[in-house]
Design a protein around this ligand. Structure first.
Ligand code: HEM
Length: 386
């Protein structure tokens, strides 16, 4: 339990942290990786280089500080991050290391402003916040382990099938290499794949959505080939170029809180490009059980980029289920007017796609009167806001 004085110190210095948040976390990561290079086997280097993870961590620490007197208020955010941490294999013993380097970075950036009293208060607060994460994560490790065929950490899966969905997207079908049962997952969840490119110094961890409904047979991930020779493209190009049927991939158990929740209201799924992947199994689930209108709108740059077309047409056979293709080179970007026509605004919307696309669609739906509770979404990469 933190003393009132400690909480006061933390709360009163939180605004300073907000101002210097990104600088502090940048300094923190630089020093952390210099002293603990093995942690580069866990963190996504592409996110590091783009600065996105820095922003995510800074935001979270600031939010936690603001709510230090009422930490249950940040539990929903912690739950989402804990899913990501669990899927990456973050462990309790990592927290003191991160805490130490975070405090050092605060001191380095703020200099004399960060008095011993302030550093001590933040150290105590970090310990309390870290405990909330550690507990949530342990619950998730146990949940993953206790499922039929479940496991903790990473496990080898065999590639049993490879399918080119279009020029850029290839699907990989995966089964447990030891022949054990396939743990169940919820529509919308993802796995972390450890890409071990012999030419890379560190393991590349990437999250890929499970792009079909659970069938007890195999997991399917559908990987878009990103630009070659870029940090972000390293993992996808390796998978496309080198991983064949019969190879094994080390993966963690399915995770993620962006999942379809059964509803009797109309549901519209809106996908941008490869953002379709988590929405396929959600669409399938909704189509199989919802009596109200169920629609999937897939927007892609060109018509030939509409992967999974056949499977989606099959899901859309019932009368209340519709599949709409949108090609922006022909029809332009999705506009507010299009959404007004296509989306049942009294229902629920699930969205996934590139950041710009998501911002625009969310803004339009909000202007059309949909509330935040009706719009469910997930950005690729670290959450942009909490
Ligand atoms: C991701 C916060 C501790 C490793 C994240 C994200 C946030 C965050 C906000 C982004 C989540 C998302 O992608 O949606 C925190 C906070 C911590 C903490 C507030 C301490 C209280 C740790 C520790 C480790 C760790 C101890 C392990 C060394 C990671 C990794 C990612 C991540 C590897 C994914 C980032 C990426 O792939 O770039 N964390 N974290 N975090 N965190 Fe933490």
């Amino acid at each position: 339990m933190l003393s009132q004085h400690t909480m006061d110190v933390v709360k009163s210095t939180a605004p300073v942290l907000e101002v210097h948040g990104v600088e502090i976390t940048k300094t923190f990561y630089k020093n952390l990786f210099e002293a603990n290079p093995a942690l580069l086997n866990i963190f996504n280097h592409a996110n590091q280089e783009k600065g996105r993870q820095q922003t995510a961590l800074a935001n979270t620490v600031y939010a936690a500080a603001v709510h230090i007197e009422n930490l249950p208020a940040i539990i929903p955010v912690v739950k989402q991050i804990a899913q990501k941490h669990r899927s990456l294999g973050v462990l309790p013993e990592h927290y003191p290391i991160v805490g130490e380097f975070l405090l050092r970075a605060i001191k380095e950036v703020l200099g004399d402003v960060a008095t011993d009293e302030i550093i001590q208060a933040w150290g105590e607060a970090y310990g309390v916040i870290a405990d909330v994460f550690i507990q949530e994560e342990e619950a998730l490790y146990q949940e993953a382990e206790n499922k039929q065929g479940g496991f903790r950490g990473f496990k080898d899966f065999k590639v049993v099938k490879r399918v080119a969905e279009n020029a850029l997207i290839t699907s990989f079908y995966l089964q447990p290499a030891d022949g054990s049962a396939l743990p169940e997952y919820l529509p919308g969840q993802y796995i972390t794949v450890q890409v071990k490119d012999p030419n890379e110094e560190y393991i590349l961890n990437r999250q890929y959505s499970l792009s079909k409904s659970y069938d007890g047979e195999s997991y399917r991930i559908s990987v878009k080939r990103d630009q070659k020779n870029t940090p972000i493209g390293k993992a996808s190009n390796y998978l496309h170029d080198y991983v064949q049927v019969g190879d094994t991939l080390s993966i963690s158990a399915p995770a993620g809180s962006f999942v379809y929740e059964a509803t009797e209201k109309p549901v519209t799924f809106i996908a941008g490009g490869v953002g379709i992947t988590p929405l396929i199994s959600m669409f399938e689930k909704a189509a199989s059980e919802n009596k109200a209108a169920v629609k999937l709108i897939h927007s892609a740059s060109h018509l030939n980029e509409h992967a999974f077309e056949k499977a989606l047409c099959r899901i859309a056979i019932p009368e209340n289920v519709t599949y709409v293709q949108h090609a922006s080179d022909v029809a332009g970007k999705i506009t507010k007017e299009m959404l007004a026509e296509q989306v049942d605004l009294t229902g629920e919307v699930y969205l996934c796609g590139p950041v710009g696309f998501m911002h625009e669609v969310i803004a339009s739906l909000t202007e059309l009167g949909m509330s935040r509770d009706q719009i469910h979404y997930e950005f690729f990469g670290p959450a942009m806001n909490i």
